[in-house]
Design a protein around this ligand. Structure first.
Ligand SMILES: *Cc1c(COP(=O)(O)O)cnc(C)c1O
Length: 424
């Protein structure tokens, strides 16, 4: 059996900070990060021999749970046939057809390897198509780590954002304007002053990267309207929300149409796969038909496409969506009732199968209100429920995910572990 402290100290000698993606370092909750050997269904097995119920689910990618038999079989049989050729494959055509069939706003899709890449390319297209350079993004929305998205709100609405990472030159984010989530008036102000220079507005239709934050009921419709008034394009980043709540995107289910959409996480079935898509007039601007360059050695990777296709097939056949929504509701109801009874500064934000435990009684509607949450209290909660056998996202500012493999026992177990954490 392997000890996590020993693994992490070995890792720190050869991997920056010991991790291949920063949130895994547990900086948000403290303590030594976990090492996982394997997973099955809703469970993960750690290197030090524990079995945990997983509510991170690879940030939502594992919608069917870990090592789903049919997905594993699809990957195995594809692997035996060759994993990459740098030449077109029949399955990538089928996959793209299925995405276009399920998402009516997609006439074309291009497959890439990560959400970051999908967003980076979408931004290049909107700038290429409109000939404008400014982008409006929302504070607390995450769109991957391409340079122009590593930006936080500047000193004033009308000044471009401030770089949020070393190594990103100021001029790169100069044209990214950051406004509070759900603040349609701020968007309108920007559009009124610089509308003719705005290439696009990019948004997570449900924000998932500051904890779960729902859009106001008319927020996305009004964004659509505001974009249209100025000729700016609208990009919905559905890397988390695409195929998460239905065989569709969130925006499509509420009837709002983006010009470009990005997908990731769920559609890769646990392998590196993401996509961007939209109307042909925009997407055909990509090379080789158009002048906006984009390429990828492993893009449309056969192994990833096999996992993604099978995952979407199983989702279509089994329709686990209502069940995941019920379980989410059950979790939120139980812990919210218990918190109110105890008068605790806590609430569980929840939509269908996703949730965030916020350690504040105040409803969260943007980054400023998310930051009112007591992150030290979240860290205590995280470690307490971890001791009881439940793995939550290791940061206040992330969402928990319920997969199709979770059942009432796992949900009730987590709810009881949360309540026990308050009482310890
Ligand atoms: C995860 C995420 C990304 C980035 O995707 P990667 O595959 O990690 O590069 C982009 N946008 C949103 C909304 C995400 O949640």
């Amino acid at each position: 059996m392997l000890n996590h402290e020993a693994l992490f100290s070995r890792a720190c000698q050869v991997i920056p900070g010991g991790v291949n993606s920063p949130v895994r370092a547990f900086n948000g909750v403290g303590g030594t990060p976990l090492y996982v050997e394997s997973g099955k269904g809703p469970y993960i097995h750690t290197a030090d021999g524990r079995k945990l119920v997983d509510f991170c689910c690879s940030w939502g990618a594992m919608i069917l749970g870990h090592a789903h038999d049919e997905v594993v079989a699809a990957i195995q049989s594809r692997a035996a046939l060759g994993t990459t050729f740098g030449i077109n494959t029949p399955d990538e055509v089928t996959f793209a057809e299925r995405l276009c069939e399920w998402l009516p706003s997609l006439e074309r899709v291009r497959l890439v390897n990560s959400g970051t890449e999908a967003v980076m390319t979408a931004l290049r297209i909107v700038r290429g198509v409109t000939g404008r350079k400014r982008i409006i993004k929302f504070d607390g929305c995450y769109h991957g780590h391409s340079d122009s998205m590593l930006v936080s709100a500047g000193s004033g609405l009308l000044t471009g954002g401030t770089v949020s990472s070393a190594g990103v030159p100021r001029y790169v984010v100069h044209d990214t304007f950051v406004v509070p989530y759900n603040d349609i008036d701020a968007v309108k102000t920007l559009i009124q002053t610089m509308g003719s220079e705005v290439a696009a507005i990019i948004v997570e239709p449900i924000a998932g990267n500051m904890g779960l934050v729902m859009p106001d009921p008319d927020f996305l419709v009004r964004l659509r309207h505001t974009a249209d008034q100025s000729g700016a394009l609208l990009i919905f980043d559905e890397v988390i929300t695409g195929f998460r709540f239905a065989l569709s995107s969130y925006a499509a289910t509420i009837g709002v149409k983006a010009d470009l959409m990005t997908l990731g996480k769920v559609i890769g079935g646990g392998l590196p796969l993401a996509a961007l898509g939209g109307a042909a007039v925009f997407m055909d601007e990509l090379s080789p038909t158009g002048k906006v360059y984009q390429a990828g050695t492993l893009s449309g990777n056969p192994l990833a496409v096999a996992a993604g296709l099978k995952t979407l097939d199983v989702l279509e056949r089994d329709n686990p969506y209502p069940r995941m929504a019920e379980l989410g509701q059950r979790l939120a109801d139980t812990v919210n009732t218990a918190a109110v009874e105890r008068g605790l500064p806590f609430h569980c934000a929840q939509y269908k199968g996703v949730f965030t435990f916020f350690c504040t009684p105040t409803p969260v509607r943007d980054l400023a209100t998310a930051k009112q949450s007591d992150t030290a209290a979240y860290a205590r909660l995280f470690h307490s429920v971890l001791k009881s056998g439940f793995y939550l996202p290791p940061s206040q500012f992330e969402m928990g995910f319920i997969s199709a493999a979770h059942g009432e026992a796992e949900i009730d177990g987590l709810a009881q572990a949360v309540i026990a954490a308050w009482e310890s």
